[in-house]
Every structure is written in structure tokens, then in C-alpha cells.
Design a protein around this ligand. Sequence first.
Ligand SMILES: NC(=O)c1ccc[n+]([C@@H]2O[C@H](COP(=O)([O-])OP(=O)(O)OC[C@H]3O[C@@H](n4cnc5c(N)ncnc54)[C@H](OP(=O)(O)O)[C@@H]3O)[C@@H](O)[C@H]2O)c1
Length: 272
Amino acid sequence: MFKINNLTLPDVGFGTYKVDEQEIILNAIKSGYIYFDTASFYGNENILAKAISQSGLKRSDFIIASKLWRDEMGYDNAIQAVNKSLNNLNIDYIDIYFIHWPSQDDKLNIDTWRGLEACHKSGKIKALGLSNFLPHHTEPLLKNILTRFGILPAIAQLEFHPGYTQECAVRYFSEHNMLVQAWSPLGRGRVVNDELILSLANKYHVSPQQICLKFALQKGVMPLAKSSSPERMRENLDLNNFKLSHEDMLRIDTMPPLGWSGLHPDRERVNI
Ligand SMILES: NC(=O)c1ccc[n+]([C@@H]2O[C@H](COP(=O)([O-])OP(=O)(O)OC[C@H]3O[C@@H](n4cnc5c(N)ncnc54)[C@H](OP(=O)(O)O)[C@@H]3O)[C@@H](O)[C@H]2O)c1
């Protein structure tokens, strides 16, 4: 469990990138997920809304996170993006709202943030987050927020999995009291056939995916895992019956680079 502001977050959140069926979200709810990560870019906020409504559970039983896209940056655009997400999600507040990718223009990041702060002040968002920001994007934003006594980011979402752990960024965000979340914590399948991960799965009698998720948790990072199968959804929540030893954590920490998506906020996408 993780605590940010007044929110308590579960160990594992459900990722919805490329999820286009209500049934998948309903299965995730039945499997025990309460945290859902979506984004305006994913085009599935309305599917999440329908599944939540069909589940029969209360709005307050869920933690919903969404994000504004690159073309929704700027003060007015950010406010519009939040209103659009609220409308798509059919709810009157969003628990956590992220800027999906930083701009290279610090002023644009700051203006966007100020738009999100306005939404926070009017109760439309409970906590704010940065996605794919690195320390050098965050530093000017934090300086500006502090001079205005504005609202500090509570969460940083990054690509994080064995073989790509962005140590410097994770340390920076932790030192600035931000919870770090892992996107693609399984490396979207690019990591789970690695010999070290396979040998640890064998040693601990769990799946390679469970090794990846437990590694994130033991690093203090909250993983957001996506699956379309109920069995795998449940497996990804079943992480309490084993603990990676200190040496095995160090082995994963120092394994060769692996499974990078090819995405970096300052570069054109690299096709791996
Ligand atoms: N902020 C950002 O820029 C950003 C970028 C990318 C992703 N994200 C978020 O992070 C979430 C997770 O990342 P992701 O979807 O890229 O990848 P991921 O969760 O690392 O991997 C998903 C893949 O792993 C498979 N899988 C899941 N659990 C499994 C298990 N127990 N055994 C075997 N295979 C398993 C899934 O297949 P099946 O579906 O067939 O089970 C799917 O192909 C996204 O959905 C999204 O919410 C954010």
C-alpha cells in the first residue's frame, strides 16, 4: 500500500493502454483491482466509465488516474482536458491527473501545471502527477511552484522494469517526496525471457512477471500492470507469498540493460 496526500493506493494498479473492451476492465474489478490508469490518449476513458458503472461499486471504491496529451498543454487547454476527461469518465472528480509527456518548453509545462492546479482548487482533481518527466524537466517546474506556494506533484510515472530502472530519476523523485509509479513494469513482455528473471522465477516458484512486479514493489515503486486475462490479472496481484533476497535485488539492479521501449522525452522514438 502507498500513501499520497489523503489517498491510499494499492500495491498494484491496473494499466489500460490498448484496453478497448469493457469486459477486460470488469474482469479486473472482479479480480480485485481498484486503481485504474488511463489517459485521454488511450481513447478508453468512456469504456472505463461504463465498466465502473456496471460493476455496481461506488465511485469512492475506485482510484482513477488519467492524463492530458501533448496537444492539450497550456493553461486553458489543461482545464479543457480535465473537463473532457471528467465527461468521458462520467465522474465529478479524478483522483490523480498527470501531464503525460513534458514539453521541452519549461513555460508550457508551468502553464499546463497552473491549469491543473486550478482544477485541483475547484475539487475536480485530488492529486497531480508528472508522467515521463525527468529531473531536468521537473526542476524548473518545482522552482516555479515553490515561488507561488502552488501544488506540488505527488506522483511521478516512468518506464521502469528490470533492465531499465532509471535509477537517477527514481532517486530524484523519491527525494522530492513523490511516489514513483512504473509503467510497463513487465517490459511489455520484453524482459520475462531473460535468463536471470527466468532463474529467479524458478527459484521463488513464481512467474517471471511476478518477479518483475515484486522487484518494483521492493524498490518502493508502484507497478501498473496490464493484462487481458483474468488468470494473469489475479497472478499479478498475488505477490505477498515471497520476498526477493537483498542479493537477488542487487542482481536485477545490475543486470544488463534490457527491454527499453524506445521512448524518451527528449528524443524521437527509437524502434527497438
Ligand atoms: N505514462 C506513460 O507514458 C505510459 C506508457 C506506457 C504504459 N503506461 C501505463 O502502464 C500500463 C502497463 O504498461 P504496458 O501495458 O505497456 O505493459 P506491461 O504491463 O508491462 O505488460 C503488458 C503485457 O504483459 C502481458 N502480461 C501481463 N501479465 C502477465 C502475466 N502474469 N503473465 C504473462 N503475461 C502477462 C500482457 O498480456 P495479456 O494482456 O495477454 O495478459 C501484455 O501483453 C499501461 O497499460 C498504461 O496504463 C503508461
